[in-house]
Design a protein around this ligand. Structure first.
Ligand code: 13P
Length: 283
């Protein structure tokens, strides 16, 4: 099955595929081990920042080798790309999907640029995720203060409809009170599920994507899937898991110095967190 058929199946059966971001072999290994154990397909996300560290060809090669090694169906998605050059590179080198984040543009400009990307990507059978409505903040942050949902940042259902009609995107990232990163106490504000219901009515069969999955309340995730979300992105919680694995080693008096001895702790933590998320997103 290709990515599109998995997303279609998710829509039909009401579950969501997880997109898990990575920039190191250890994170990737943790994610693959989780998918292998649960026998589930996964989407792997790499942002331009993550790619600038790992390298796009390295990411593709590592994923290809891991797919074979762990017998897992995995699909690469370029996450939050704003620049056509890197998008083209990902498409040409073999990513399954690309996310063009034009949410910082006016709706007209966003439509124009997204349309160009869709034309290029679809020729090569690569899916395109567009974005309407602003998703603020970053995945590397644990926010100390309360996150306030700004009504103006939420996706307008009519904008979403127009965007899909005029661009032909396959998936749409929406803003319904979700944000990248987590609040210090680990529980983000409730999602605006009323807005999701309105967006779903206007967007039909387009795959709806929830960014900023870390810290989102379990009950909100379950409800959002019932209301039409088919892909959920997770990054911050995996980064925290990785860090906790490393911290456990370096806090010991006689800590291990050989990476191959302490990195398995980070892999284990990432695996456990990914298992928790895949289970939450499943039927
Ligand atoms: P979190 O860092 O909040 O999990 O969000 C990840 C994300 O949306 C990547 O696109």
């Amino acid at each position: 099955m290709n990515l599109k058929s998995y997303l279609k199946e998710a829509q039909k059966k009401q579950y969501a595929l997880g997109q898990f971001n990575f920039s190191t072999l250890e994170q990737l290994r943790g994610i693959f081990l989780a998918a292998q154990e649960l026998k589930k397909p996964i989407i792997l996300g790499t942002s331009p920042g993550e790619i600038s560290y790992l390298g796009i060809k390295e990411a593709i090669a590592l994923v290809e080798i891991s797919k074979e090694k762990y017998k897992v169906n995995a699909f690469l998605n370029l996450d939050h790309a704003k620049d056509f050059d890197i998008i083209k590179e990902a498409i040409d080198y073999g990513y399954s999907a690309v996310h063009f984040d034009g949410s910082y543009l006016t709706l007209e400009e966003n439509i124009k640029k997204t349309k160009e990307i869709v034309e290029y990507a679809h020729k090569k059978n690569v899916l395109v995720e567009g974005e309407v409505g602003a998703i603020k903040t970053e995945s590397s942050k644990i926010y100390n203060q309360k996150f306030k949902i700004n009504e103006e940042d939420l996706t307008q259902p009519e904008d979403a409809r127009r965007f899909i009609e005029e661009t032909g995107v396959d998936s749409l990232a929406i803003s319904i009170g979700n944000f990248h990163g987590i609040e210090l106490k680990g529980k983000n504000p409730k999602l605006r599920l009323d807005r999701l219901t309105e967006i779903k009515k206007k967007t039909g069969k387009t795959f709806l994507v929830l960014h900023g999955g870390s810290g989102t309340r379990k009950e909100d995730i379950k409800k959002a899937i019932k209301l039409g979300i088919v892909k959920i992105n997770i990054n911050t919680e995996l980064r925290i898991a990785y860090y906790q694995g490393l911290k456990r080693n370096f806090q010991k008096k006689n800590f291990e110095l050989a990476p191959y001895k302490y990195l398995p702790l980070a892999i284990k933590k990432v695996k456990e967190k990914t298992i928790e998320k895949i289970k939450l997103f499943s039927l």
